[in-house]
Design a protein around this ligand. Structure first.
Ligand code: COA
Length: 424
């Protein structure tokens, strides 16, 4: 490592021009030391645009006191940035996850500075992007300046997940624990959803699952399956016990046989320790992992994602409630499309039947005005709630509406049936 590259977080501040666009490493690889220094010296910055998808931590650059210094451009909206989007201090840019690297590359979203986290280099001078390869690798390739927090605690995760130390313009040596994600509590509703999903999953399938209580409940219901594979945008702790029991062995995957393929991971230290130097787990850039043409190569592929509302036609909104941008498309459409294109593929949208402490039905005659359609009615195979499974593929509009009313919460079924009669 050339010593002139080594700097402190405070030194990094003079490398960030105002105005400029910076991209931060993703999720559990959010580069905390530089962000903290930027916040402390916010007066040095005017109109610095901070681009990322998920970030863990307080995202203080989105707080009201940062107005004029930083502006967040969200490619996905998480819990820590939602309020800033609501207050219009941050903006959401719609995009499929698999296309994010192309935005950096083709001039749609050029980057001045990438601030990322990497592991220590190996004997060949290669550093691993560790738990987040996703768009982070592309950001480091496309930015004018690359600043890397070289974190001693970043695991070495295999895959097309490395960068040579000479490609890092500046290095900040660090030693801090990665951000962890607490497991969401699993209740009766999630358990029932998990069991319905289980009935749609067959031995030998390759699965994609997202984050949260529903994916974890699905995984918990799979202990009697055999020869499952994982090809997923992200993995979390839910996969660990199935790997240890041999249910997930990736033996029948037609490509990347024997390996779990993902583009990032987020969970506990236990997960990160398990992934460290483990040849069974590989992370690859999101433009490869999430590309529907790659996903479709897996015969028997099953995608499982969640949503906020489904209307009678089967249109799925996973990202906004009316004009309120709650989340983002993320990889949902990448996987729904890939699963639909795969031979014997199935896409499942799984959600509790109600929201807001059972005050609202998630199955509605019409999406709220302003809600974005994330997954179109043409793409959805199955919708699952705690009350069962609605198969939408091959069904007419009125058949879809009836199938969806059958899995709505009983207390909303009369109201939905009245709306059905006035429509059909
Ligand atoms: N109307 C009003 N409020 C609603 C609602 C609706 N139709 N649906 C959900 N909500 C509220 C819930 O009550 C909850 O509020 P609370 O926190 O005050 O209880 C909140 O919105 C979150 O809903 P919930 O369904 O619990 O969220 P989740 O953490 O399970 O995430 C998605 C669900 C849809 C936001 C999430 O799956 C997502 O972001 N999907 C898009 C990206 C994607 O699919 N990526 C691929 C896999 S990683």
């Amino acid at each position: 490592m050339k010593s002139h590259k080594i700097i402190t977080p405070r030194d990094a501040l003079s490398l960030i021009p105002s105005p400029s666009r910076i991209v931060l490493g993703h999720a559990a690889a959010t580069p905390i030391r530089v962000i903290d220094a930027m916040i402390q010296e916010k007066q040095r910055f005017q109109n610095v645009e901070i681009v990322h998808m998920l970030s863990l931590g307080s995202a203080e650059y989105t707080h009201a006191s940062m107005l004029g210094h930083f502006k967040h451009n969200a490619l996905f909206v998480g819990g820590n940035t939602r309020d800033a989007i609501k207050r219009k201090q941050a903006e959401y840019t719609p995009c499929f996850f698999f296309e994010v690297p192309s935005l950096f590359e083709n001039g749609a979203l050029p980057i001045d500075v990438a601030i990322v986290q990497v592991s220590l280099p190996n004997e060949d001078g290669l550093c691993s992007f560790g738990v987040s390869c996703d768009y982070t690798k592309a950001a480091a390739r496309c930015a004018e300046i690359v600043i890397a927090e070289m974190n001693q605690q970043m695991p070495w995760v295999h895959g097309n997940n490395t960068i040579h130390v000479d490609e890092l313009d500046y290095i900040i040596p660090c030693d801090y624990p990665l951000a962890c994600l607490e497991q969401a509590p699993i209740g009766d509703v999630e358990r029932a959803i998990g069991q319905h999903c289980e009935s749609l999953i067959k031995d030998g399938d390759t699965l994609q699952l997202g984050i949260g209580a529903i994916p974890d409940a699905v995984l918990m219901s799979l202990h009697d399956k055999k020869d499952l594979g994982i090809h997923s945008e992200m993995i979390s702790d839910g996969v660990l016990s199935l790997i240890k029991s041999g249910v997930i062995n990736n033996r029948l995957k037609p490509i990347n046989t024997g390996k779990i393929i993902a583009t990032f991971m987020m969970g506990s230290k236990n997960l990160y320790d398990f992934a460290h130097n483990n040849p069974m787990i590989e992370l690859h850039p999101v433009e490869d992992v999430n590309h529907p043409m790659v996903i479709m190569k897996h015969d028997h592929f099953v995608s499982i994602n969640s949503c906020l509302q489904v209307d009678f036609m089967g249109q799925v909104s996973a990202e906004s409630i009316g004009f309120n941008q709650f989340s983002g498309v993320g990889g949902q459409v990448d996987y729904v499309r890939g699963a639909s294109l795969a031979r014997n593929g199935r896409s499942i949208i799984a959600m509790p039947s109600t929201a807001s402490k059972e005050r609202m039905s998630r199955i509605v005659p019409l999406l709220e005005t302003g809600s974005a359609v994330t997954t179109t009615r043409n793409d959805v195979h199955f919708v699952v709630t705690e009350y069962g499974i609605a198969q939408l593929k091959g069904k007419s509009l009125s058949e879809r509406a009836r199938a969806l009313i059958n899995i709505a919460h009983p207390k909303f079924r009369d109201e939905l049936t009245r709306a059905y009669h006035s429509r059909f």
